[in-house]
Design a protein around this ligand. Structure first.
Ligand code: FAD
Ligand code: UDP
Length: 740
């Protein structure tokens, strides 16, 4: 807050306290040494709850009037404040979630509902630690973990101080100190036990007491409560301590805490003894001066060891200092500032829900080349032929848009969705990535998928986490996982089918759980009837890498696929015709060479019969919350569920939006052709078409449908680039290159 106050006015709106006055009013204080002002509402004692809320809303509005703030940034540390601030028109709303307040003693029953409201309207959410982030991460689409940092220089001064404050100077050493709020999060019994077990130690507690009555506090001749101290004075107290304590109770209220005091103690040069708080163990458990102990006996032993360490060695501080050095508030402020600026900017230019409009050009032939299909295959070739080949190109599509199956658009809510199901870009090809990078910037994105199997959500491709989760195992490393898998695999004849591939890797039970039903739904065939290439796409792993793809380049076009296609085709030598049929344009421009990227069997009027393609129906829906799914895609292998998978697009696109859009995929045999079906007999039929295609000198066939290959986008781009090179080598103008 203090750092934000260097750039803007910061008012810290505190919880109200009752007054005996009959009017509500605000008390404004300054925080010493900072530009932050504290605003404390005072509300007449006898006001009802609704009067309070109304009164607070009015006071807040008046504060903004008073300081002349028209569109302030609202920054909430508790959802309780949101109840009377929701009417304020804000530049951005931040929810800085520091604790799971609902788990605290005397928490308001309204807290849960208010938090949901706040999550809905917050533009960005910060969590004060990783455990809290993990607990909240599915509630918001722009949520970020900010573990505690430390003003290292401020606390490091403790190492040099010799004269302590008067109230502590009278306490005999060694001092075991605690600094922080004294409330139900502390294990009072543990403090009592430590103090009574070691009468030769002093226990000093600094900080305000909250929600605990004085009678319940542990007392004893060697327990000293010094009350709340100013932040600036803390190092002078720490200087007199031998060991710092974090005697947290292990209860609901401490499940998600990430105590800021940990790095502060370490910066002060103090060994720390903590109970096993998740975030302390996670971030500091491995540091030499940090001792973790859960029961009284081991806690006392840990205190003894910490005291010994403090007395005998300072070597451990090197490691602690390195850790602390990476935890700067300036860096936190920089990252928060940038997220806040993005949020304000986003609010300013609310993305219009309008469908993006591709350039529709008048046809001004003659053309050298007609490109049929404006998907990856067609667009890459159109671009290459026009830019590098100097050809005049007409690219057309029977659909009303560019992009082929990769087409994306902003739906009626302004959410970027993929009309034909999720398209995630990944490639190992530097050439393909560099080529596409000419037309788009990228957003790094690593895809993760969960499968709903036997009532559990487990990562696919199958990895060690999947095995441990499904079977309740505790496989610790690759070797154990590999050993487990090999024990499941039956002796197998040569691996020929898509079923063999899976069974030879993971055995029959995992095959049944993850592949059998999914494949039957997706292809209308059993995996034993499909080529091995189908399931080879997602091999099992023995590690815990849960990414769907392992390619070198994994990213999404920053402004979407359609925008990338528009950039690609933005060339004065390229005209675009949408909503048109191949045969009509070919009739219109009979001299031009044709690049055909549609289904090859259709091109030849099914002369040898229909090539089988699998089709899909997409059901799109939107929800009035920010997140629905626990991952970008959830697969449903069970045949009892009619769809194969569900996608939540915002994971893919990174879009921040109060609503979210999903897409369900239902596989079917009738409809637009989406998937060539990899089987030997289909390949044989395709070969007949391929042979026929080779006899044509004025048509080139490229792409997933035209070459009947189960290709990903990058493979199609690679194929199109190779096709162009071949055409160039064959010296344009393009007399007949047949199938590429
Ligand atoms: P298409 O994109 O199919 O383009 C061909 C175009 O030709 C179409 O727009 C069609 O309308 C047009 N056309 C056909 N016939 C005619 C005609 N007679 N007259 C006029 N126009 C015609 N790949 C990945 O890399 N990652 C993914 O995550 C991924 N997800 C996918 C998800 C789904 C549901 C599907 C179906 C595919 C996915 N793919 C993915 C594959 C990807 O869609 C294809 O590799 C790529 O789009 C193929 O490009 P293309 O140009 O060959 O074909
Ligand atoms: N597959 C499966 N279960 C899954 C995921 C995939 O059985 O949870 C099989 C299925 O046959 C699928 C194939 O593996 O068609 C390839 O999956 P991929 O995700 O690569 O397919 P695509 O994205 O092309 O639909």
């Amino acid at each position: 807050m203090e750092r934000f106050a260097r750039e803007r006015r910061v008012f810290f709106f505190e919880e109200y306290i009752p007054t005996d006055h009959h009017l509500a009013y605000l008390e404004i204080h300054s925080f010493a040494g900072t530009a932050v002002k504290s605003v404390r509402p005072r509300i007449p004692r006898d006001w009802s709850d609704s009067q309070c809320q109304e009164g607070l809303a009015t006071l807040l509005d008046e504060l903004f009037d008073l300081i002349g703030a028209s569109e302030p940034v609202l920054w909430f540390y508790t959802p309780m404040m949101y109840a009377f601030a929701r009417q304020v028109k804000a530049a951005a709303v931040v929810y800085d979630c520091m604790d799971e307040l609902a788990n605290f003693r005397f928490a308001s029953p309204r807290l849960g509902a208010l938090e949901s409201d706040l999550m809905r309207c917050a533009d960005v959410v910060f969590t004060g630690g990783f455990s809290l982030y993990e607990a909240k991460r599915l509630l918001h689409d722009n949520i970020h973990a900010f573990p505690s940092c430390v003003d290292a220089d401020h606390f490091r001064a403790a190492r040099r101080m010799v004269v302590g404050p008067a109230d502590q100077a009278v306490i005999p050493g060694p001092i075991f100190g605690y600094c922080g709020v004294i409330d139900e999060r502390l294990d009072l019994e543990l403090i009592r036990a430590v103090a009574s077990a070691r009468a030769d130690w002093s226990v000093v507690l600094i900080g305000p007491t909250a929600k605990i009555s004085p009678e319940d506090l542990p007392r004893g001749p060697n327990i000293h409560y010094l009350g709340q101290k100013d932040y600036v004075d803390l190092p002078t107290y720490f200087a007199g301590w031998s060991v710092a304590l974090m005697p947290f109770a292990q209860n609901e209220a401490t499940r998600f805490i990430s105590p800021t005091k940990t790095p502060e103690y370490l910066a002060s040069g103090l060994p720390v003894v903590s109970t096993p708080v998740t975030d302390v163990v996670r971030h500091y458990g491995g540091v030499g001066g940090v001792f973790i102990a859960s029961d009284v006996q081991s806690y006392i032993i840990a205190c003894e060891r910490a005291l010994e360490l403090k007395r005998t060695s300072a070597a451990w501080l090197t490691e602690a200092d390195q850790l602390v050095a990476g935890k700067s508030w300036d860096e936190t402020h920089r990252r928060m500032s940038s997220l806040l600026a993005e949020a304000c900017e986003r609010n300013k230019r609310k993305i219009s829900a309008a469908v993006s409009k591709p350039r529709k050009t008048a046809r001004s032939g003659p053309y050298d080349v007609l490109v049929i299909g404006a998907g990856f295959a067609g667009s890459v070739l159109a671009e290459r032929l026009a830019s590098a080949g100097g050809k005049r190109v007409l690219i057309c599509d029977r659909r009303a848009h560019l992009g082929g199956n990769a087409y994306d658009f902003y739906n009626e809510h302004g959410i970027l969705v993929h009309k034909y199901g999720p398209h995630i870009f990944h490639t190992n090809s530097q050439t393909v990535f560099d080529y596409l990078s000419r037309f788009t910037a990228w957003r790094p994105y690593e895809h993760r998928v969960l499968a709903d199997v036997r009532g559990k959500l487990l990562p696919v491709p199958i990895n060690r986490t999947t095995l441990n989760g499904l079977y309740g195992l505790n496989l610790q490393d690759d070797a154990e996982a590999a050993h487990y898998l090999s024990s499941q695999v039956p002796p197998l004849a040569p691996v020929v089918t898509a079923m063999d591939v899976v069974v030879s890797q993971v055995g029959i039970d995992l095959y049944r759980a993850f592949f059998e039903g999914y494949t039957r739904k997706q292809w209308g065939l059993d995996a034993s009837q499909l080529d091995k290439s189908v399931t080879s796409r997602i091999p099992a792993r023995t590690n815990t890498d849960d990414r769907y793809f392992l390619d070198t380049f994994q990213a999404m076009p920053k402004d979407g696929y359609t925008k990338m296609f528009e950039n690609m085709l933005d060339n004065e030598h390229i005209d675009i015709a949408l909503d048109v049929e191949c045969r009509d344009v070919r009739r219109e421009f009979p001299q031009a060479h044709t690049i055909f990227t549609g289904p090859i069997d259709e091109f030849f009027d099914y002369r040898f019969g229909h090539l089988p393609y699998r089709s899909l129906q997409f059901h799109h829906e939107s929800h009035d919350i920010r997140r629905v799914l626990p991952a970008a895609v959830v697969n449903y292998p069970s045949e009892e569920v009619p769809y194969t998978r569900v996608t939540e697009f915002k994971y893919l696109t990174g879009q921040v939006h109060p609503r979210t859009s999903l897409c369900y995929e239902f596989a079917c045999s009738e409809g637009d052709p989406y998937y060539p079906i990899p089987r030997q007999e289909n390949q044989a039929l395709y070969k007949q078409y391929e042979t026929l295609a080779r006899t044509l000198t004025d048509v080139t066939f490229v792409g997933r449908l035209a070459t009947y290959k189960y290709y990903n986008m990058d493979q199609v781009v690679g194929q199109a680039l190779a096709t162009f090179n071949r055409m160039q080598n064959a010296a344009l103008p393009l007399a007949g290159s047949g199938v590429c």
